[in-house]
Design a binder for this molecule. Structure first.
Ligand SMILES: *Cc1c(COP(=O)(O)O)cnc(C)c1O
Length: 229
């Protein structure tokens, strides 16, 4: 309990310092506490310590913990979504960060419309060019946004990326800079049903670089809860 509270305080301070260093208001940066692999008990301790948004990367795992946490926090899906889990996903999550194709957007929209819900989603972009990474190619992002904006049952609320797995700071910054550039460009197009509100980038190892490059939503797990077993 004390450890999570202490870690959370220190992450908040680091977010604030990174924001201030970039001349930004710390209050504009939303913290998503990534709770994958941690049990409901640990997550509830985090919620008591002040976490308001939790991020899970698998629908099934989230569904298993949901009964013991419920709406004490908002749920975000940060990991890859398979079409056959879309129905369950729209039941649990207020924001899905990982839409990476028009087809998946259509399935999520269809399932959300069945529930009478408009599902908030982000488009995931592969900014690192790493083959194993999910996400739309940067060059195709504007086109996919245009198509996603026409789908009933979803509302596109921004972009997400996972930074490259490297220790090279320049490479990481480049990837984040690329997403911010697309974010600004897309925001200026005035696409129907597409809002560039959330720029989701930055994890425990790189969130300060992401904030320096304009992130307003960071997804942080291990820096809060400790390393995963
Ligand atoms: C696990 C995960 C995170 C958090 O990673 P940490 O290194 O634990 O902070 C963020 N985003 C995604 C998509 C993840 O899968």
């Amino acid at each position: 309990m004390h450890r999570i509270r202490g870690n959370l305080d220190s992450v908040r301070q680091r977010i604030a310092r990174a924001a201030e260093a970039a001349g930004r208001d710390p209050g504009e940066i939303t913290l998503v506490a990534v709770t994958k692999t941690y049990p409901a008990e640990t997550i509830n301790e985090g919620i008591e310590a002040g976490i308001t948004i939790i991020g899970e990367n698998r629908v099934q795992e989230a569904a298993g913990k949901y009964p013991r946490i419920g709406q004490r926090a908002q749920w975000h899906l940060v990991g890859h979504l398979q079409s056959n889990k879309a129905k369950k996903a729209v039941e649990i999550f207020s924001l899905i960060h990982s839409i990476d194709s028009v087809k998946l957007a259509q399935e999520v929209g269809r399932r959300a419309a069945e529930r009478g819900k408009v599902q908030g989603v982000l488009l995931e972009v592969n900014t690192s060019g790493e083959a194993q990474k999910q996400g739309v190619e940067p060059d195709r992002t504007l086109e996919v946004l245009g198509e996603a904006g026409e789908i009933k049952g979803i509302r596109v609320m921004g972009l997400m990326t996972v930074g490259p797995l490297t220790g090279e700071v320049t490479k990481i910054r480049k990837a984040f800079e690329k997403l911010r550039t697309i974010f600004e460009e897309a925001g200026g197009l005035g696409l129907a049903n597409v809002e560039m509100r959330h720029l989701s980038m930055g994890m425990s190892g790189d969130f300060e670089l992401a904030i320096a490059e304009g992130s307003n939503m960071v997804r942080i797990g291990t820096a809060i809860f400790g390393s995963r077993a």
